[in-house]
Unconditional design. Structure first.
Length: 174
């Protein structure tokens, strides 16, 4: 019988280590929230303008970069060396695969929320004159999510590089 763990089982319960969501709940989350707060306070434009002028074009570049590196990661994950290495990881092979999936999920989630901002959905729901605190919190969360998205994109690159270097080391010691 195949012992298969779905992404959501891994995300909420884990596969031997900690649940997947714990990888997002760490000291870096506080830093992302601080970045989000600072950008929300310093950015003089509404969310629609911020989305259309800067963030949506930037997210397109980030998505392209991450998906390109995720393709490299997928090829590495299919190698014998990484398959054997995963046997020594507490969560097994699922950890390697689902960590990449989480990064892609965060990128897509960020893109969708910034697309809503670009379509003025948030500016229609939370007009700044009526609910300045709610709008500031929304702005902070969107900028914090952007910071988290950048971090996850970088993790896709780092994880792929780590597997590539590890694969090379294993091949050299065969």
């Amino acid at each position: 019988m195949i012992n298969f763990v779905t992404y959501w089982q891994w995300f909420w319960k884990g596969t031997g280590s900690k649940p997947g969501f714990h990888r997002l709940l760490n000291i870096w989350l506080l830093i992302h929230l601080l970045v989000g707060l600072n950008l929300a306070l310093l950015t003089p434009v509404n969310l629609e303008k911020a989305a259309n002028v800067v963030l949506l074009p930037l997210v397109g570049i980030i998505i392209g970069l991450s998906f390109a590196w995720a393709g490299n990661a997928q090829a590495l994950l299919q190698s014998d060396e990484i398959d054997k290495l995963s046997n020594f990881h507490k969560g097994g092979f699922f950890e390697y695969v689902y960590i990449y999936q989480t990064a892609i999920l965060i990128i897509i989630f960020s893109l969708v929320l910034w697309a809503f901002a670009g379509l003025e959905i948030f500016d229609q729901v939370w007009p700044t004159e009526k609910n300045i605190i709610g709008y500031l919190l929304l702005k902070m969360l969107l900028f914090a999510l952007s910071s988290l998205t950048l971090r996850e994109c970088w993790h896709v690159v780092l994880g792929t590089q780590w597997m590539l270097l590890t694969q090379r080391e294993i091949r050299q010691h065969k």
